[in-house]
Design a protein around this ligand. Structure first.
Ligand code: C2E
Ligand code: MG
Ligand code: MG
Ligand code: MG
Length: 277
């Protein structure tokens, strides 16, 4: 129990309280940031465990703020959702991500580009068309795109999201269920949505070798994904020990600091060259 309380102090209530600056981001500020094109997209590799090949990237937005510096997404994404600015943000991040994906393809790298999509945007009827058309303009077909949707939020709004997700999948876009294990998907719900990828939350990856409960959740998530025909990504693997565990459990891909942190595109290119060597 004392372990549990210590964890709560770290990641739970205190963690939420630490997000204080969120309240001070104003609508005007964020609107201006989006309009001024102050959003920067970082890329973090997804590496296939079997052969260590970089098979994908996740696009992660940051806000290059004039006075605050580089603002992390959790400080402004929820604000953008509350203020109805999330669609403009999604469009901007997605356009930047696929532009970069097109450059990689031209350079001979077969890398799938993943973008996070807020559940709020899954009510947009133009979303599937926008996703496919914007990618096509950069020479990417839908199979090069993965959209990541957070499990907890999705299961809350599943009915309204189901149609858009199904239409995206029918067009050939990959669908990933993000932060898996932190929501509460029923098996029934999971099989209704044609997900192609399951990302196991880092709470069940980092340090799981020494945490029997985390390890059990990791192991059974891999089994579940496999039996539903989805590929698996272990998020937040930070150590060799994490890598060895997920490898032994048959996880397909690793994304985490053990491979690389999220980076701007130019740094990513340099990193990729070194990794491939
Ligand atoms: P996420 O989609 O689960 O992204 C993974 C997060 O884990 C990223 O945090 C990444 O930097 C972090 N991470 C990766 N490897 C490790 C590791 O080994 N250790 C640790 N401690 N952390 C690791 P980030 O970039 O701060 O993003 C946080 C969340 O913000 C994302 O979680 C996603 O839910 C959201 N987000 C980011 N960009 C966008 C976006 O363009 N649109 C939307 N709607 N949400 C976004
Ligand atoms: Mg994600
Ligand atoms: Mg995640
Ligand atoms: Mg997350």
């Amino acid at each position: 129990l004392s372990d549990l309380l210590a964890k709560l102090g770290d990641d739970g209530l205190a963690g939420r309280r630490r997000q204080g600056p969120v309240d001070r981001i104003t609508e005007d500020d964020l609107r201006r940031g989006i309009e001024n094109d102050d959003l920067v997209v970082f890329f973090q590799p997804k590496v296939r465990v079997r052969d260590r090949k970089v098979v994908g990237v996740e696009s992660l937005v940051r806000w290059q703020h004039q006075t605050r510096g580089l603002v992390p997404p959790m400080a402004f994404i929820p604000v953008a959702e509350d203020l109805g600015l999330i669609d403009a943000l999604t469009d901007s991040v997605y356009a930047k991500a696929v532009r970069q994906g097109g450059r990689w393809l031209t350079a001979g790298h077969d890398i799938k580009v993943a973008v996070n999509i807020s559940v709020d945007s899954l009510t947009r009827f133009d979303l599937p068309e926008m996703i496919v058309a914007t990618a096509a303009a950069e020479g990417l077909d839908p199979s090069h795109i993965v959209l990541e949707v957070t499990e907890s939020r999705l299961m809350h709004d599943i009915r309204s999201s189901l149609e858009i997700l199904t239409r995206l999948r029918l067009k050939g876009v990959g669908l990933s269920i993000d932060d898996f294990g932190t929501g509460h998907s029923s098996l029934h719900q999971l099989k209704r949505i044609p997900f192609t990828e399951l990302k196991i939350d880092r709470a069940f990856v980092f340090g799981a070798a020494r945490d029997p409960a985390a390890r059990a959740i990791l192991d059974s998530s891999v089994g579940l994904a496999r039996s539903l025909g989805m590929s698996t990504v272990a998020e937040g693997a930070e150590t060799q020990e994490d890598w060895d565990l997920v490898e032994s459990l048959g996880v397909d891909m690793v994304q985490g600091y053990v491979v690389a942190k999220p980076m701007p595109a130019d740094q990513f290119d340099a990193w990729l060259t070194a990794w491939e060597a």
